[in-house]
Design a protein around this ligand. Sequence first.
Ligand SMILES: Nc1ncnc2c1ncn2[C@@H]1O[C@H](COP(=O)(O)OP(=O)(O)O)[C@@H](O)[C@H]1O
Ligand SMILES: [Mg+2]
Length: 373
Amino acid sequence: MQVRVANVSKNYAGMAALADVSLTVGSGELVALLGPSGSGKTTLLRTIAGLETPDTGIVYFNDRDASEKRIQDRGVGFVFQHYALFRHMRVMDNIAFGLRARRKNRPKESDIRQKVMELLDLVQLSGLEKRFPSQLSGGQRQRVALARALAIEPSVLLLDEPFGALDARVRKDLRRWLRELHERTGHTTLFVTHDQEEALELADRVVVMNKGQIEQSATPDEIYDTPATPFVFSFIGESSVIPVTIGNGRATLDERVIDLDVGALPDGPAQLYLRPEDVEMVTDGGPGIPGLVVSTRRIGGMRRVTIECGLARHRIEFDASAELSIQNSQRVQVRIIGGRVYGAGQEGYATEKLAASATADFKWAKAEGWLDR
Ligand SMILES: Nc1ncnc2c1ncn2[C@@H]1O[C@H](COP(=O)(O)OP(=O)(O)O)[C@@H](O)[C@H]1O
Ligand SMILES: [Mg+2]
């Protein structure tokens, strides 16, 4: 089943929860909706499910206007973050609920039982069918919720932060498990999360939302490597942002030319976005941007270093080898080897491994006020 959202808007008390959102989820695709709290993820999911009616726009299921169908006939399985399983019902009865509640096409009780057993096997909870929800862990409960959503053989599976309430370790396990489950069952699935790691690891495609709009819809690699907007860049992974000025095809940082390729970006103010791996410390005496180390901390096998540079003490974070001895207040030089520049109109340009060569000279930096301490 393909789901197509066409120009959907939804306002609450004059505030746009969804502003002209268009999105197609292909049959069998696993798509993650990623965005900060309040960006409209839940509203979009509920609109697809038919729990909300859009102010304008249409949701299509396989080219049919879904609003022609009643909610219960849309064939949507929904799992919420805090899915209240029926507490007084055993696991098996929770899973069977949707089938038993059918008015038409209700299967025979023996078929329902068999289906429940198959689903328990699928979500790896065989043997726990007689337990009550209170006798299960959080992760097990969410798997019951998923089995319950799958019982009605939905054509679309909608998951709203299904692992949001669980601890990091359990989330990680369930993430892998859900990916495997999807590979086996192939349901068209829309998965909401505010956790970028979860989205990038799990989904075929990631849709990044911000303020009721889609900022970018692309594969996890594209989202990470070529973020379409400054928002996507800073939402995914860690980033330092440095204001630069573009003029005559060159970028300047505090009036000092830095040797960055800025493509065809228009003259004027721009922002240079850098991830920790886009910056390296100059250890060979070559040119670089001078800066002062203000903090270092150990992250796994690397050392995360923060420096301040330029007149306005812009902060840049980068990773250095843990073997290098780097102290606070030390003067270092860094070279930019990646990152993106975004112009005023937010068009982006990859800065493609071009060395920044402000100067190699601390004396200069001191005289210019770049290093006044
Ligand atoms: N029933 C509602 N009544 C009023 N405002 C709502 C309602 N549901 C959502 N909103 C508002 O719409 C915006 C988007 O909310 P939501 O879709 O829940 O975001 P997300 O799931 O990304 O956190 C928020 O500003 C939220 O406060
Ligand atoms: Mg939400």
